[in-house]
Design a protein around this ligand. Structure first.
Ligand code: FAD
Length: 520
């Protein structure tokens, strides 16, 4: 009873502060809460580098609840911000807001199970659904989405607001290329269905739109028959140009005679072999980096990671198919590491590593991650200046590198990628530790990120940030380049008061840029 009274009091205060037109009972019915546990959890993210407390948290049970709150924000006299939060796996506070309400989309009361439409090969899912749960629901029908992220405890709305990429993207495109339809609550509080045919402007703007144009409440995702098993192979290179040549060759293949997943990573120190993505190298297969020729190469090795999916009924031919594909590659012959596992275990591989890191207290630490799209024509310069230069011989986390085909990305979406047919993702997925080692400190790693960006700038390497983070609008303008005008126009059209996803720091909410700022 006392808690309810306190909650009602807090909500009344909120109503006065932001000029809400809704009654307290209505707000409670929508799922608004100021419970300190909810507020605390919405004030941090995976990056653990920014903490911003929202005024309240909404735990909606339907798209209509979300629409009603956003409409109230749009119509309120003072104005307040609304930020959707999926699983909070951003790095720089992108799902946070200090001037309004966080809508907690994942783990909410009754979002309903994903609806699989086997005949039409798609699934309808709530925007806050985690990909792991989408996968489990689809597998009940022998189906699965086609394009993934490496880690599945991310929300559908969160990854579709960025792109959603993994080793399947070279063939299927990013996750945003595999969506048929969306339900979106715009910044005016309107609930709209959109697709390539219906409200196409909104559809394309929202995909990769960093939450700027609306809150995704439903996504219709394309499916394929789920493979049963995966042959997972890693091979090593000491020569960067042989490595990238092979990666580029593999992503140029079509039809059945290709791998289903192409990624890779950089190894600059032996410690990496034991890190969270490398548990693959078994104790029976110890990897001695120094014995593989890395000494002649500034201590750097490159690991190509590929998979071939298969069905148990075709298991006899899988070995020959893989052998034929491997024959065309130029890796170090003694460096082939192979494992075989169920499809779901492969897709969920990073979660195992998460549990391991959690048990050592090494998951909830600051993550100064930097993700870059690097044009193919400059990837060798990047190797020289960054992997063999700036990084030194300690990395503090995995560094992924893999190429993608631009023709699998819809240029109408909001994402920006380099202006070349092939570009690489280079992901510095580092964890900062407070263990007295300078090279693992947050300050050191953040500074190294700065040096990497500076090097690219000075060397004319036209990178684009993936999961971008900028502080000023002029940096955002530069990031979007020729797409900026449209991005801004769509913002005016679908979120004219700039109340959505203010944690991205792209647009200032109009009520903050006016004299009303004083009332905060
Ligand atoms: P949040 O952090 O909650 O939100 C991110 C942004 O999206 C915010 O601006 C938020 O307002 C907005 N948003 C959230 N939900 C919605 C919605 N329903 N509608 C509209 N906007 C919304 N990315 C890849 O592409 N490939 C990977 O392999 C990959 N691996 C990762 C592994 C780990 C361990 C982590 C922490 C991140 C990884 N990411 C990867 C990045 C990830 O895709 C993004 O951080 C994504 O935003 C996380 O989803 P989330 O649900 O946690 O989003």
């Amino acid at each position: 009873m006392a808690t309810k009274l306190l909650l009602t009091f807090a909500i009344c205060r909120l109503i006065v502060t932001v000029g809400l037109t809704l009654e307290p009972t209505e707000l409670l019915r929508l799922g608004l809460t100021v419970d300190p546990v909810d507020v605390e959890s919405a004030s941090v993210d995976f990056g653990l580098m920014t903490k911003v407390e929202p005024l309240a948290v909404l735990r909606p049970s339907s798209a209509e609840d979300v629409a009603q709150l956003v409409k109230a924000a749009y119509e309120s006299s003072h104005g307040f911000t609304v930020s959707a939060r999926g699983h909070g796996h951003s790095i720089n506070g992108q799902a946070q807001t200090g001037t309004g309400v966080v809508v907690q989309m994942s783990g909410v009361r009754s979002s309903g199970k994903p609806s699989v439409w086997g005949g039409d090969m798609y699934v309808d899912v709530w925007g806050g659904e985690l990909w792991i749960d989408v996968l489990k629901s689809c597998l009940e029908y022998g189906l699965a989405p086609k394009s993934w992220t490496d880690y599945l405890y991310l929300s559908v709305g969160g990854t579709l607001s960025n792109a959603g990429i993994s080793g399947q993207a070279f063939h299927h495109g990013p996750q945003i290329s595999n969506v048929h339809e969306l339900d979106v609550v715009t910044g005016k509080g309107e609930l709209m269905t959109c697709s390539k045919e219906q409200n196409p402007e909104l559809f394309h703007a929202v995909l990769g739109g960093l939450g700027q144009f609306g809150i995704i409440t439903r996504a219709r995702i394309s499916l394929e028959p789920a493979p049963q098993r995966v042959r997972w192979i890693r091979v090593l290179y000491s020569n960067f140009s042989a490595f990238t040549k092979d990666q580029e060759y593999l992503i140029s293949l079509h039809g059945n005679q290709k791998f289903d997943y192409v990624e890779g990573f950089v190894i600059v120190d032996e410690g990496l072999i034991n890190n969270w993505r490398s548990s693959f190298f078994s104790p029976r297969n110890p990897v001695k980096i120094s014995s593989l020729g890395s000494n002649n190469n500034g201590g750097v090795l490159y690991c190509l990671e590929i998979t071939k999916n298969y069905h148990e009924s075709t298991a006899e031919t899988i070995d020959q198919e893989i052998e034929a594909l491997l024959k065309k590659l130029n890796f170090i012959p003694t460096s082939v590491f192979t494992t075989d596992l169920p499809y779901v275990d492969f897709l969920d591989r990073v979660h195992k590593a998460e549990l391991k890191l959690r048990s050592k207290g090494m998951w909830e630490v600051p993550h100064p991650w930097l993700n870059l799209f690097v044009p193919k024509s400059k990837i060798a310069d990047f190797d020289r200046g960054v992997f063999k230069g700036i990084l030194g011989n300690k990395t503090s986390g995995p560094i992924l590198i893999y190429p993608m085909n631009k023709n699998k990305w819809d240029d109408k979406s909001s994402v920006v990628t380099p202006d070349e047919d092939v570009f690489y993702l280079v992901a510095f997925l580092r964890s900062a530790l407070d263990n007295g080692e300078e090279t693992q400190s947050l300050e050191y790693l953040t500074n190294q990120n700065r040096l990497i960006l500076k090097f690219c700038d000075e060397d004319g390497i036209k990178v684009k940030q993936y999961l971008p983070h900028y502080k000023t609008q002029s940096e955002w303008k530069e990031h979007y380049g020729s797409k900026w005008d449209r991005f801004q126009r769509m913002k005016m059209k679908f979120d004219p008061r700039h109340i959505l996803a203010s944690g991205q720091n792209i647009f200032t909410p109009t009520f903050l840029s006016s004299s009303k700022m004083a009332s905060w």
